[in-house]
Design a protein around this ligand. Sequence first.
Ligand code: SF4
Length: 359
Amino acid sequence: MDNGIRHILGKKTFTKADIVELLMCEGENKKALFAKSAEITEKYIGRKVWLRGLIEFSNICGKNCLYCGIRKGNHNIERYSLSDEEIVQAATFALRNSYGSIALQSGELESCNVTDRIEKLVRNIKNLSAGKLGITLSVGEQTPETYKRWFEAGAHRYLLRMEATNELLYAKIHPNDAAHSFHRRLDCLKSLQDTGYQTGTGVMIGLPFQTADNLADDLLFMNGFDIDMCGMGPYIEHADTPLANTSGGLLSIEQRFELTLKMIAIIRIMMKDINIVASTAMQAIYPAGRERAISAGANIIMPNITPLMYRGSYRLYDNKPITDVRPENSAATALAGAEVAYGSWGDSSHYGKRTGIRQ
Ligand code: SF4
């Protein structure tokens, strides 16, 4: 390892230039980066990974993000929406298998019906599990009132990925209209934090037009926002999207994978006690992609427990794995030497420290 990297890794806080250097490092320097993140993970998180049984309950979306396979304008997919009964059944599966938590995810829709329905579902799942299942929501931009109602119903974590925290880059990967406002997304993230959720965000890595400076700013943004959870993944094209035709300057898929590992390692060093997801997109590139993410500092995996018949239709990007494994059978977790923490919520200890609230 050279002295420059040793100096950076010994610092309490990173500057933007430090992060860019870490993102670019190779060879022994890269090994030193991952060794540092492993040391921090061991100290602040231990060797456990927690589960979020992922229920992708609807692929109907009112938005048209230029990279997303379930965007409203894509007419090449079959739309579905699980019934309340199917959602509750999936939650019951998670409970019986001691997953500890579920994550309810869908395309973005805002309406009174959606608000009422999700509120009722959250309450039902809380009741049926006698509070044993932690509930994460990831259903996009909503009003502060809606966030509050869902929080009071029992959801306590919310993931709202920015995808890009640089406003200019954001504008390049979204339609230029009021429904895709960078500032509204930021306001929503703030509103979630103000409501009391364990709040998570994240970005795509390896987007067209994206620079190392952008990625460094993404990490500084998350640190400055004091997030509790981070979900980042490599950008993977979906053939039926406008952004798939913008290939100029794109990194290879392997480079995007490696860069994502470095982003995970750096955020783990910067934000020692947050929850970090080993995303399915990593597994889409390499079968053991989630294992690599766990080795780099991630501590959350999200086994897909959506009924199998619907999984092929929630294709955000090409080659998304649809036949997920039961976590206990996962070579990924076994190889990473991690131990699955069954039956516990697995809250981010960062949240407890940030707010003084222990859940
Ligand atoms: S990224 Fe989210 S909001 Fe955008 S089109 Fe896809 S599901 Fe809808």
